[in-house]
Design a protein around this ligand. Structure first.
Ligand SMILES: [Zn+2]
Ligand SMILES: [Zn+2]
Length: 281
């Protein structure tokens, strides 16, 4: 006996959601990790990933059978009219609501409908990506099922720590060794940026260790906007190590004058410092 669905039957089948059930669904996201250097976090980087990626079998389009026939019970609709009320539909038990019956198991996928391919993808880690961030690459995860959308590749980023340099928000904070002469009398110091460029900073006179010099807009880029953080160079003044009492006294008077915690006259001390550096030049 063949039952043919009339127009109303098809309408109710659609309305009840019990039309032919497709197995179409999105693939899962895949997760990987990548370690980058602080310099790469500053400039951006690329990383190539090799991984196994499950996709629909090409031969059977993910069904697991390379030969199928339309289900004779539901005539490919996937649902049947309930005997007690024709407008109510129930799922077809013969084909599990798929509308088709597999006739021959697909050989390449051994009936699973899926095959694992070795896959290579080179991803871009955007400029400014911080430690712990997740970079999402659309469509590079597991393949979709029976025509569904592929999942994403999610890369968890670890930024390798580097001594003397740290990130604070989008600011770059790093130490800058300065010799005593440049710190005391004022001068210049070169500072290497993580991208390999060098900038020259003006060191104000009477500087001591811990003084922070700010360079606007040379920090990390915010990966979600065009805004950049600032660079803070934290001075580390290389004070003289000589054991002679004169050098020690000069250093101590310098530190208290620089801190403003004494009434030492700066112009007189400055003359003394200049003489001290001249004697060592
Ligand atoms: Zn197959
Ligand atoms: Zn059926």
């Amino acid at each position: 006996m063949r039952r043919t669905l009339d127009k109303a039957g098809r309408f109710f089948a659609a309305a009840s959601g019990l039309t032919r059930r497709t197995e179409r669904r999105p693939g899962r996201d895949l997760r990987v990790e990548a370690e980058i250097s602080l310099a790469e976090s500053y400039t951006g980087a690329t990383r190539t990933f090799h991984y196994g990626r499950d996709v629909d079998c090409d031969a059977c389009k993910g069904r697991g059978f390379d030969k199928v026939k339309t289900c004779a019970v539901c005539e490919g609709v996937g649902s049947l009219a309930a005997s007690w009320m024709p407008a109510v539909r129930k799922r077809c038990p013969r084909c599990a609501a798929k509308g088709w019956i597999g006739e021959r198991t697909c050989t390449p996928c051994e009936g699973t409908g899926r095959v694992r391919l070795s896959h290579t993808h080179t991803a871009t880690v955007p400029e400014g990506t911080p430690d712990g961030a997740r970079v999402r690459v659309k469509g590079q995860g597991e393949g979709g099922y029976q025509g569904g959308d592929a999942g994403d590749l999610i890369i968890k980023i670890r930024v390798a720590p580097e001594p003397g340099v740290r990130r604070d928000g989008d600011d770059l904070v790093r130490g800058l060794p300065v010799d005593f002469r440049a710190a005391a009398l004022g001068g210049q110091a070169d500072l290497a940026l993580p991208d390999g460029k060098t900038i020259t900073l003006r060191i104000p006179p009477w500087s001591t260790s811990g003084r922070r010099l700010r360079v606007v807009g040379r920090g990390f880029k915010d990966p979600h906007s065009d805004r950049r953080g600032d660079l803070f160079a934290v001075l580390r003044v290389d004070l003289p190590h000589e054991s002679d009492a004169d050098a020690r006294s000069l250093t101590l008077r310098y530190l208290s004058a620089a801190a403003g915690s004494s009434d030492i006259r700066k112009d007189e001390l400055r003359d003394e410092l200049e003489a001290y550096f001249a004697a060592r030049a």
